[in-house]
Design a protein around this ligand. Structure first.
Ligand code: ADP
Ligand code: MG
Length: 422
């Protein structure tokens, strides 16, 4: 038992390590809920309970029993829904209503509201079974997505009806509500635009270009790098900020971090999806290093209904490349070369997702990601040189000592490609 106010944190992800640190600074006793035994944030929390963040009733029960003052998740979509539900039920503060949380996490709801309110997004249909896709009046290629999944699980690009019928069951299987979206593919440059909404208006904090390939026989989408700032004209940057404001207005969002993923084609942006929370992966860290802005702290303010400030933000000076390190299929053993790269200042940070003995399955994007390394420099030339050096010195081995690093998925080699090419 504790005298401090209790904060229940949903999900022990890496960004939530920082969230827990911030909550402790603000005087909270932190109880982490995560169904896995050893999540990255476990050792930072005051307590860890092995409860699924998707188990709404269990989360409500613990929050009640512990007299929680805050039920929070700043970086995980589905956990956010649970937070909003429990906070509303127990009369605690939260960033927005449960209804809004559903509108912004269920792709069917999100697409419908965007489409009805002239937020530019590609044509789509809602699908509940393979029978819904005969003779579609849509232009191939099409994207298939589970309605409420993430991390590109079950997301596929298809070129004709027979491929569509073949891939749809998997997307439906990945979806928890058994539904899927089929939408027109948009060719162009993919960006993520990160902002915070203050007084009904969005402030663009950072934008990143997101590079992916459709890899291997199964054409699995693998995002191999993000480059900040993205290579877009000023006019598109202004448009990105306007779009964030429009999304906030239409979806009734205020005093919250907000980001969207979209495709830039010429001077237009087509929105793929958005989320009124802090972005996933290590984007919070890149934003902090590049602009001085602590977006997770803004997320805490949002949950507490404290007005978010952007005073600590400054424009970017250097360019950042976040490079995902992929491996071919096998059993992971170890990585070499990382220490020297860090020591020589060629890379700025290096984190691993895998432990010895983990299975790497190249047909699944998240399974084949070994780690991530960040490189920064003032110029493109300098950035590319460092990326090239990093990939030549770094190696990843399987249990038989065979090198399994994917050096081909490397931003220096693929500098001029966009998703039009692959
Ligand atoms: N309409 C589209 N046009 C082009 N690429 C798309 C489209 N929809 C999705 N993608 C690609 O698929 C990825 C995953 O899709 P997304 O809708 O973001 O699903 P998730 O929730 O799994 O992140 C995107 O980051 C993008 O690369
Ligand atoms: Mg996405």
């Amino acid at each position: 038992m504790t005298d401090k106010p209790v904060a229940i944190v949903l999900g022990g992800t890496l960004p939530h390590v920082h969230l827990i640190e911030l909550l402790k600074e603000r005087g909270y006793y932190t109880v982490l809920l995560d169904y896995t035994p050893n999540p990255p944030a476990k050792q930072y929390a005051d307590e860890h309970l092995q409860i699924s963040t998707l188990d709404i009733e269990a989360v409500e029960e613990v929050s009640k029993a512990r007299k929680a003052e805050l039920v929070i998740s700043t970086n995980v979509d589905q956990a956010n829904v649970t937070c909003c539900y429990v906070s509303e039920k127990l009369g605690l503060t939260g960033p927005y209503s449960y209804e809004t949380a559903l509108n912004v996490t269920d792709k069917q709801r999100m697409k419908r509201i965007m489409w009805d309110n002239d937020i530019p997004t590609s044509r789509y249909i809602q699908v509940g079974s393979v029978n819904d896709v005969s003779d579609l009046d849509m232009k191939y290629p099409l994207m298939i997505k589970p309605a409420d999944s993430n991390s590109a699980n079950g997301v596929k690009r298809v070129y004709n009806e027979s491929e569509l019928r073949k891939c749809l069951p998997e997307a439906l299987k990945f979806s928890r509500n058994g539904k899927a979206i089929v939408e027109e593919y948009v060719a162009g440059k993919e960006i993520s635009a990160y902002g915070v909404v203050v007084g009904g208006r969005a402030n663009l904090i950072m934008h990143q270009e997101r590079m992916s390939v459709y890899d291997g026989e199964d054409k699995v989408i693998k995002c191999y790098a993000s480059l900040a700032p993205s290579r877009i004209p000023d006019t598109v940057e202004i448009l990105a900020e306007q779009l964030l404001t429009k999304i906030a207005t239409v979806f009734d969002l205020d005093n919250t971090p907000l980001f969207f993923q979209g495709i830039v084609a010429g001077n237009n942006i087509s929105v793929i999806e958005f989320a009124p929370r802090v972005g996933g992966g290590i984007s919070f860290r890149t934003i902090k290093d590049a602009t001085g802005y602590d977006i997770i702290s803004a997320g805490v303010d949002s949950f507490l209904k404290i007005p978010i400030s952007i005073d600590s933000w400054h424009p970017m000076v250097e360019k950042y490349a976040v490079n995902q390190i992929y491996g071919s299929s096998g059993i992971y053993r170890n990585t070499s070369g990382g220490e020297a790269l860090l020591h020589n200042g060629i890379i700025k940070t290096l984190s691993f997702y895998k432990h010895e003995g983990d299975v790497i399955d190249s047909s699944r994007a998240s399974s084949s990601r070994i780690g991530v390394m960040v490189v920064k420099d003032r110029t493109d030339t300098g950035l590319r040189k460092k990326i090239s050096e990093a990939f030549s010195q770094l190696d990843v081995f399987d249990i038989n000592g065979k090198s399994i690093i994917r050096r081909d998925l490397n931003l220096d080699l693929l500098w001029d490609s966009t998703n039009i090419d692959n």
